[in-house]
Design a protein around this ligand. Structure first.
Ligand SMILES: Nc1ncnc2c1ncn2[C@@H]1O[C@H](COP(=O)(O)OP(=O)(O)OP(=O)(O)O)[C@@H](O)[C@H]1O
Ligand SMILES: [Mg+2]
Length: 1107
């Protein structure tokens, strides 16, 4: 809600009164109380008409935010609660829109907040004026000039931790659009005495402390400085540190600001070198040295510091050293050089330090001006901001305070002049009668100081220029003479003084009753400070420096430009610059900020009534109000006035159609305000007494409440009505919706019931119909079935008949077909394929056979009967044929083979065949005999004469003649015998003699026994009882056993037609005379080679060992 609140007048939510003009009753107490009340509520600004009274809050208030800037932007001065921004805005707008050059005069005593106020004004203007890269740079440079100047020109004093020790007037220049173009700064009299000496509890200029705290070690080394403050005589020790001030951080800010403003690096460096040189100058100390002429001469105690200064500044050390020891006075081509004593040397040193520093400061201002100078030559609108040192009363007030206070007097003067003038002008403008008012005009004090003949400054200059001994005392004397009668001048020395007995006024002082109070000035130093002398030797030494900045600071040191004329005194210079300033200010539209200091402790929340009262008095604020109120306390243009109070009259409320003035007239008549209480100007209404205004305000407030109630009433009514209507409407909507819903429900229920009923009826109907249909269907089906059965019977009967008929037809057809077939077959058999098959078969068979036989012909094996080869059978069906053929072939080739034989060969083969039949597979000896041809007559008996007898004895054909071994039955030993077989007999004859030993007819041979083994033993068994058998059987052994046995067998068979029994056994009995001996064949060793051995074992056993 707070944000929604729109203020339209400073009269809204006022704490006390925002404009002192409205104060009722108007007196000092009420004035102070009002200020105090507002101060306690953080309202530090109060108006006196267009003048802003600012009380230093000594703490940061949240009233300078960008939002506040926006709030005050483009608003009327009286629209919002008093603020420095309102004044700034007013000034800026009338500069921009009405083309009026402005000046903002900020006054007040030291610590009252002038510098802060000037910065606030500048920052506000910067915030509301045009934007853009170039404009922003200008703004930045203007704003950043402040920290630089403050560092070099401000110091901590007992009254203010950041007291401006110089006066500053800054012209900010704008183009026709109100965009800043640049600026010009003028500075007024720097309090340079501070460089060499500071009162107790105060500090030197900030920059010294800032360098020592903030510079890097390297930089300090470059400047030949040490960080320790106590090392420097020019730095008062007791308050080197200021609470809440970070010198190191400020140093960085300053350097940054210098860069922004446009200082080149080497310039910054030079500036700090000068500052270092000043600081080090203070450390040069002198000692007295007696000279021959009895005078003391000063000598530098420790030349180290001097050396470093010279290195820093590029001055020849000897030159500087000499300048500290001698003083050359030139007058009319005469040069007189005198030595300096220690005091003079110190004076010279301090003078140098002060001059160096103050000239550096002036150079800085010039340099900044160079940077911030407007770049175009177009016509500029100017806004001047004056921040000059405030009125000062110290314990010891010297020349500087005198000058400062003089300046403040002048400002007060211009203030009085301009306010009165403006007031008067307004009255004339508005056509209101002007009534004179009493107020204190300080012109008389200004005159006391600046009068060209009798003024204190003129007096001082006169003293300074006067030949002869001039001291501060002679100056005071002169003052006493000239000014004694002046009502604002007080001194004990003047002859007719009213103050002869005033012990508070020392003899060496004079006192001036300033507009802001009485100030007692010590005359000591006035002359010197006014002279502001620097020995020429020193300025020349400085000029000789190779340091370009220092050289430039002392142009008078150039011997080529020696000017024997005295330079203007400090006092006259200041007077002149103040006069220029005043002239300048008079051409501009003034805006006042009057700063008030609430307490001496630099503390927040403390409001010291006495202190404030004092300031109010000397600032003449009460008079200011009175002047403002002369005749009429309050004025306001008709339009806003009518707008504000129109609700108090029925005719003007809510709208007045007609000129505003007429409206106000009607309004005031209606309210019955006494005529003497107000006056109608051309554009404004003037109200004589604030009471009337407050009455109006009260009425307005009351009426506003009524109106608020009315609005509230109507609003509430409207709200309730709207709500009711809304509810009614809602109710109808709800009801309609509900009804619709209910009807829908009901309808749905009926519908569903109807559907149920309907469905039942339909179901019943359908079932009925179904039943009927079913019945009908069944009837139809029955009829169909009956018909079907009937038709079936008919059909079957017919079928049966037809089948019978068909069978018959078929039988006829079959018989006919058979018969026909038979006939045809008979006729066509020869052509039928069945014969062809057979023929093909037979042909194929024949072909196969033919092929088979042809192949067989080619593959025929050899005709050798022993050849076992026979071609492979080609077809299975020829298996038996093949075998048969093989057999036949074999038989055939055997026959062929046999057919080759002669009769003899035939015989031999017959015998061999016989042998084979007898012995094959029976006797082991047989296989060996197969290959041997049967020769029969191995012994050629006929040819051997030995056997002539034997031959003769046997007349028959000899079949066998061979030598055999006859086994002796007694011992088994063998005896050779010739074995002969003839056609009818077997003969055994002696081998040697050939005598026949035994002759057995073949008919007596019953059996031949032999073993199955590979031996040639055999027994010839004889028929028992025969003649030959008397000696028993023969046991013989022959090499041709098989041949002999075979031939024996054949011969026997052919002679006796009986088969000879041949027994093959390994054990057989042999008849030896009466005994039967068993001949047993055993497997024997091969002791005797392959020859079997026979041994008689016992009577009955003869053992033959066959190998
Ligand atoms: N509007 C303000 N808001 C907060 N603090 C303020 C304000 N004005 C002044 N101060 C405080 O008061 C101190 C002194 O103010 P400032 O330096 O402006 O005084 P001055 O009038 O310029 O004094 P001098 O004449 O010695 O230069 C400031 O350093 C600041 O701490
Ligand atoms: Mg200041």
């Amino acid at each position: 809600m707070a944000k929604m609140e729109v203020k339209t007048s400073l009269l809204d939510d006022m704490i006390g009164v925002g404009d002192m003009v409205l104060l009722e009753p108007l007196n000092e107490d009420s004035f102070i109380n009002n200020l105090k009340k507002r101060f306690d509520h953080n309202e530090v600004y109060t108006y006196i008409g267009s003048v802003v009274i600012s009380i230093n809050p000594y703490r940061s208030l949240p009233i300078y935010t960008p939002e506040k800037v926006e709030e005050y932007r483009n608003r009327n001065f009286y629209e919002l609660s008093p603020h420095i921004f309102a004044l700034s805005d007013e000034a800026y707008r009338s500069l921009r829109d009405q083309d009026k050059d402005q000046c903002i005069l900020i006054t007040g005593e030291s610590g009252a907040g002038k510098t802060e106020a000037s910065k606030l004004v500048m920052s506000y203007v910067a915030a509301v004026c045009g934007k853009g890269a170039e404009v922003n740079q200008v703004k930045e440079q203007l704003l950043q000039s402040n920290p630089v100047l403050e560092a070099f020109g401000n110091a901590k004093t007992v009254r203010n931790d950041n007291s401006s020790r110089f006066g500053k007037y800054m012209d900010i220049e704008f183009d026709f659009k109100g965009d800043p173009l640049g600026g010009v700064i003028s500075n007024y009299l720097l309090e340079k005495s501070r460089v060499v000496k500071q009162p107790r509890g105060e500090r030197n200029f900030h920059i010294f402390y800032q360098i020592l705290s903030g510079a890097s070690e390297d930089f300090l080394c470059e400047l030949k400085l040490e960080r320790d403050f106590s090392r420097y005589n020019y730095l008062g020790l007791d308050s080197a540190k200021v609470n809440g001030v970070d010198d190191a951080a400020n140093f960085r800010t300053v350097r940054n600001a210098m860069q922004i403003v446009g200082f080149m690096d080497h310039e910054t460096q030079s500036v700090f070198e000068v500052v270092a040189a000043v600081l080090k100058l203070g450390n040069i100390e002198f000692k007295p040295e007696s000279r021959v002429n009895g005078l003391d001469e000063s000598k530098i105690k420790d030349k180290n510091e001097l050396k470093e200064i010279c290195e820093l500044t590029g001055i020849d050390q000897s030159v500087l050293e000499r300048a500290f020891s001698f003083r050359t006075v030139e007058a009319k081509q005469e040069k007189v050089s005198t030595t300096l004593n220690v005091a003079q040397a110190y004076y010279a040193r301090d003078a140098l330090a002060k001059n160096l520093y103050s000239r550096l400061f002036s150079w800085l201002v010039t340099r900044i001006n160079e940077s911030i100078k407007a770049q175009t030559k177009v016509r500029k609108k100017v806004m001047g901001v004056l921040d000059i040192y405030g009125f000062e009363i110290f314990e010891d007030n010297s020349f500087e305070q005198f000058i400062i206070n003089y300046c403040n007097e002048k400002l007060q003067q211009i203030f009085i002049e301009l306010t009165l003038k403006e007031e008067q002008e307004e009255y004339i403008r508005e056509g209101i009668e002007w009534t004179h008012i009493e107020y204190f005009n300080n012109a008389i004090i200004c005159d006391l100081i600046e009068n060209n003949q009798t003024g204190i400054l003129a007096m001082l200059d006169e003293e300074c220029l006067r030949p002869g001994t001039v001291t501060d005392d002679t100056f005071l004397e002169k003052l006493n003479q000239v000014c004694a009668t002046h009502q604002h001048f007080e001194s004990r020395m003047s002859k007719c003084s009213r103050f002869l007995n005033d012990t508070t006024l020392p003899h060496s002082c004079f006192r001036i009753q300033h507009y802001a109070g009485k100030v007692m000035y010590q005359v000591e130093g006035f002359v010197d400070k006014n002279n502001d002398l620097l020995y020429r030797d020193l300025s020349q030494a400085m000029w000789k420096a190779s340091h370009t900045l220092i050289k430039a600071l002392f142009p008078e040191g150039n011997p080529a430009k020696i000017n024997l004329k005295r330079p203007p005194t400090a006092g006259s210079q200041f007077k002149a610059s103040v006069a220029t300033l005043m002239k300048n200010l008079q051409t501009k539209n003034p805006n006042y900020i009057r700063c008030i200091k609430p307490n001496d402790k630099k503390a927040a929340h403390i409001f010291n009534d006495a202190l404030v009262c004092h300031q109010i008095r000397y600032l003449g604020l009460l008079e200011n109000v009175r002047v403002r109120r002369a005749g009429y306390a309050f004025r306001q243009a008709y339009e806003p006035c009518l707008e504000r109070y129109k609700m108090l009259c029925k005719q003007t409320w809510p709208h007045w159609r007609g000129p505003a003035r007429a409206g106000v007239e009607v309004l005031f008549n209606e309210l019955e305000i006494p005529e003497e209480e107000f006056s109608f100007g051309r554009s404004k209404i003037f109200i004589r007494n604030p009471r009337t205004l407050f009455k109006l305000e009260d009425l307005r407030k009351q009426r506003l409440e009524d109106l608020a109630t009315l609005i509230e009433k109507i609003y509430r009514g409207w709200k309730c009505r709207t709500r009711f209507l809304l509810m009614k409407k809602s109710q109808i909507v709800i009801a309609s919706w509900y009804r619709r819903y209910a009807q829908q429900k009901k309808y749905q229920k009926i519908k569903s019931s109807a559907i149920v009923v309907q469905s039942y009826i339909r179901g019943w109907k359908a079932r009925k119909l179904l039943r009927e249909l079913k019945h009908q269907k069944r009837c139809n089906e029955a009829a169909t079935i009956i018909a079907a059965y009937w038709h079936g019977t008919q059909a079957r009967r017919e079928l049966k008949r037809l089948k019978e008929e068909a069978r018959r037809k078929h039988a006829v057809a079959v018989i006919w077909a058979y018969w026909l077939g038979l006939k045809v077959r008979r006729e066509y058999r020869k052509f039928f394929r069945a014969n062809a098959g057979r023929k093909i078969y037979e042909f194929t068979l024949q072909r196969l056979m033919q092929k088979y036989f042809l192949e067989m012909k080619n593959k025929m094996p050899s005709l050798s009967p022993i050849d076992k080869n026979w071609p492979v059978r080609p077809y299975l069906f020829l298996d038996s044929t093949h075998k048969e053929l093989k057999r036949i072939f074999h038989l055939w080739r055997c026959k062929k083979y046999r057919d080759q034989f002669t009769d003899q060969q035939k015989l031999i083969y017959e015998e061999k065949l016989e042998a084979s039949e007898l012995f094959k597979d029976k006797k082991a000896l047989y296989p060996a005999s197969v290959g041997q041809p049967f020769q029969g007559a191995y012994l050629e008996i006929s040819k051997n004469p030995k056997y002539k007898k034997l031959k003769d004895a046997v007349d028959e054909k000899i079949i066998i003649a061979e030598v055999v071994n006859k086994i002796n039955r007694a011992n088994g030993k063998a005896t050779s015998r010739i074995f002969l077989l003839t056609k009818n007999n077997v003969l055994l004859a002696d081998q040697k003699s050939g005598n026949i030993k035994s002759e057995v007819p073949l008919g007596d041979v019953t059996k031949v026994s032999m073993s199955s083994q590979n031996d040639g033993f055999f027994a010839v068994h004889l028929k028992e009882g025969s003649g030959a058998a008397s000696k028993g059987d023969f046991l013989l052994s022959s090499d041709h056993l098989i041949e002999m046995a075979t031939k024996l067998y054949r011969t026997t068979l052919s002679q006796t037609k009986q088969k000879l029994n041949i027994e093959i056994s390994d054990e057989f009995l042999v008849q030896f005379r009466q005994d039967k001996v068993c001949v047993k064949f055993i497997q024997g060793s091969q002791k005797n080679g392959n020859i079997p051995t026979c041994k008689r074992k016992n009577n009955r056993l003869l053992e033959v060992a066959v190998p």
